[in-house]
Design a protein around this ligand. Structure first.
Ligand code: 2P0
Length: 348
C-alpha cells in the first residue's frame, strides 16, 4: 500500500499541418479524418502538470490550472461556467486508468492536480493538446496504466493524442477507441533546418471552443464533407511524402492550403465561425507577398481555431524573416511582444 504518489510531466503543444475538424464519434473523440502535426519544443512552449495521489479519507478532486483552483467530488458531472476542466472527459480518462492499472486500490486516493502553461490558454495555441497530453502521462505514470497513453490523451481532447510524441506525428481515424491512435512519423531532427515561429497576435480566450465549433461544422457544412475526402484520399499521404523528402516548396503549399480549407469550412458553417481576424489576414498577405519575391516558396503559415499564426521557415531565411517581422512589418503593430521561435534540430 502506498500513501502518497507524486508525478510530474511536461508536454508541448502541436500544430497541425493537416488539420482535424469534426468527429465521427463524439463520446470517444474519433475524428472524421486523420491529421498530421509537428510537436513544438518543450523548452519554448509547454504545459507542466503534477499529480499527487494521497491516501486519505477524502475522495475530492482538486485541480489547479494557471493558479485557479476548483474542487469537486468523485463522479460530479455537473457543468458550470467556472469549470476549469471538462469533468466528463476527466472522469472518462480517470476511470479508464483505474480499470486497467497496477495499483491494487486505485479508487482509494484523493487526487490533487496542478497544471500551468507558459503561454496563453485557449486562444488557438493548442493549450488543450499539451494540457491533456501532460495529464494523460501523469495519470498513466501515477497509476501504472497498462493501456495506450495516446488513446487516454485523446479521450481528454482529440488533438492531445498528437502531443504525446515529439517530431512529426500522425493521428489516424478509426472505428473503435483502440484503433484511433497517434504515432510518430519522423523524429524532430529529421528536418533540422525547419523553424516554426508562433506569432501571438491575441492572447484573449476565443469565443467559440473547438469542441463546439467542429460540432456545428459537422451539422451544417457541406464543404466539410469534401474536405474529409480530400484529406483522406490525398493530403495525408502527400504531406507524409513531402516531409519525408524534405520538399519545402510542396510542404509549404500544402500547409497553407489545408489551413485555408479548414477556415473555409469554418466560414461554411452556419452560423459562420470566424477564428482568423484582421491581423491574421495581414499576415497571410505578408506571407504571399514575401513568397512572390522569389520563384520558390520560402514561408508557410497555418492558423488553428484562433487568430494566432504559426510560420514555417528554413534556416537560410530565418534571420531575414525575423528582421522583417520585428523591424519593418510589425513596427506599428501591437504584437504583444511575442515572436516565439522553435528549431527542430533540438533534441526531444
Ligand atoms: C487540429 N484543431 O488538428 C485542429 C485544427 C483546431 C484547428 O484539434 O473536441 O481541442 O477536444 O477533440 O482537440 C482543436 O480541437 O477538440 C483542434 P476536442 P480539440 O489541431
Amino acid at each position: 500500500m502506498t500513501d502518497k504518489i507524486l508525478v510530474t510531466c511536461e508536454c508541448a503543444p502541436n500544430i497541425a499541418l493537416i488539420k482535424y475538424w469534426g468527429k465521427l464519434n463524439e463520446e470517444l473523440i474519433i475524428p472524421l479524418n486523420g491529421s498530421i502535426s509537428i510537436t513544438l519544443d518543450r523548452d519554448v512552449l509547454s504545459s507542466k502538470t503534477s499529480l499527487i495521489l494521497l491516501k486519505t479519507n477524502n475522495r475530492n478532486i482538486q485541480i489547479t490550472l494557471n493558479n485557479k483552483t476548483q474542487v469537486f467530488n468523485e463522479g460530479d458531472l455537473s457543468k458550470n461556467s467556472n469549470d476549469i476542466i471538462n469533468k466528463k472527459r476527466f472522469f472518462t480518462m480517470l476511470n479508464k486508468v483505474r480499470q486497467n492499472c497496477i495499483l491494487s486500490d486505485p479508487f482509494e486516493y484523493e487526487i490533487k492536480i496542478k497544471s500551468s502553461n507558459n503561454f496563453p490558454t485557449a486562444c488557438g495555441l493548442a493549450s488543450s493538446a499539451s494540457g491533456f497530453a501532460a495529464l494523460a502521462h501523469c495519470l498513466s505514470k501515477a497509476y501504472g496504466y497498462k493501456g495506450d497513453v495516446s488513446e487516454l490523451a485523446r479521450l481528454g481532447s482529440g488533438s492531445a493524442c498528437r502531443s504525446c510524441f515529439g517530431g512529426f506525428v500522425k493521428w489516424t481515424t478509426g472505428e473503435n477507441s483502440f484503433d484511433s491512435l497517434a504515432s510518430r512519423l519522423f523524429p524532430s531532427n529529421h528536418w533540422e533546418e525547419m523553424n516554426i515561429i508562433a506569432l501571438i497576435l491575441e492572447d484573449g480566450k476565443k469565443s467559440v471552443s473547438s469542441t463546439h465549433g467542429m460540432k456545428e461544422s459537422v451539422q451544417t457544412s457541406d464543404l466539410l464533407k469534401e474536405r474529409v475526402k480530400i484529406v483522406e484520399n490525398e493530403r495525408l499521404l502527400n504531406m507524409e511524402n513531402f516531409v519525408r523528402e524534405k520538399n519545402f516548396d510542396e510542404f509549404a503549399r500544402l500547409v497553407v492550403q489545408d489551413s485555408n480549407t479548414f477556415h473555409a469550412v469554418c466560414l461554411d458553417t452556419y452560423p459562420p465561425l470566424f477564428y482568423m481576424n484582421d491581423k491574421s489576414k495581414e499576415i497571410v498577405k505578408f506571407v504571399h507577398e514575401y513568397n512572390n519575391l522569389d520563384s520558390s516558396l520560402k514561408l508557410a503559415y497555418s492558423f488553428d481555431a484562433g487568430p494566432n499564426c504559426f510560420l514555417f521557415v528554413l534556416d537560410q531565411h530565418l534571420n531575414e524573416l525575423l528582421f522583417l517581422l520585428r523591424n519593418i512589418y510589425f513596427r506599428n503593430f501591437d504584437l504583444k511582444d511575442k515572436v516565439v521561435s522553435n528549431n527542430l534540430s533540438k533534441k526531444e
